[in-house]
Design a binder for this molecule. Structure first.
Ligand code: SF4
Length: 233
């Protein structure tokens, strides 16, 4: 039964081990959207620097970003890496929000259509891929959509819950199948917990001996890992 050994069990174990994650780290839904664009292909600490620049310049709004000269915006986004590309992508998102009439309150986008239509429309915005679209749907719009990333794939594969070479949608569907359809909180926390596990334990060279999932992990069983041990100080 999936709930006993699958993603819900992973969720419960990680929640007990790591506690509340309180994602997404942002002060507004629009800031979540900005972060979802800027975090593409870079570490979060670089995103934080770029967002701090936007905040210091007092332009963390759709209207303010669209009135800023593009070169000035690019300079503010420089710490996030690939900053010229991301400048174009952020401007495209801001134009999309303006065209939808939600520039003053981007979270209102959630009221305009059902999730599949919103997802389709976001994916049509320049530079918005599946992970970015789903991050916006879940963390900015508070909609029940599971986000898939490289950590999800690596952890799922090692646990024996995901076959390799599945598409994004197939991975997402496999996880969604075990979750209550409207449960935003579990999706919010599960993705955050998987990111935490992927950063601290299930790294390219995994730290299975101290991983909270090592008693239910196919990879760890194959490596004949010892039962979970406390971290050495
Ligand atoms: S036990 Fe090892 S391989 Fe399995 S999830 Fe934990 S760190 Fe990853």
């Amino acid at each position: 039964m999936p709930g006993e050994n699958g993603w819900l069990a992973v969720f419960r174990t990680l929640q007990e081990a790591f506690g509340p994650q309180e994602w997404w780290p942002a002060q507004s839904p629009f800031e979540v959207m900005v972060g979802a664009i800027l975090t593409q292909n870079t570490a979060w600490r670089n995103v934080e620097k770029a967002i701090a620049n936007l905040r210091a310049a007092d332009i963390l709004s759709v209207a303010a970003i669209l009135t800023l000269p593009e070169g000035d915006l690019a300079e503010l986004l420089r710490p996030s890496g690939f900053y010229r590309i991301k400048t174009g992508r952020l401007l495209a998102l801001c134009r999309f929000l303006t065209a939808r009439g939600v520039d003053a309150a981007p979270e209102q986008l959630a009221r305009q259509a059902a999730v599949p239509a919103l997802r389709r429309d976001l994916l049509a915005v320049h530079g918005v891929g599946e992970e970015t679209a789903d991050s916006i749907l879940l963390y900015a719009l508070d909609l029940p959509v599971m986000v898939v990333d490289a950590y999800t794939r690596r952890i799922g594969s090692r646990l024996g819950l995901l076959e390799d070479h599945l598409s994004y949608i197939e991975v997402q569907a496999a996880i969604e199948a075990e979750l209550e359809p409207g449960d935003v909180a579990v999706r919010n926390a599960l993705h955050a917990l998987l990111v935490s596990l992927g950063k601290d334990y299930c790294r390219p060279r995994p730290r299975c001996n101290t991983c909270p999932l090592n008693m239910r992990c196919a990879y760890a069983a194959g490596q004949q890992c010892r039962p979970r041990q406390p971290e050495q100080p």
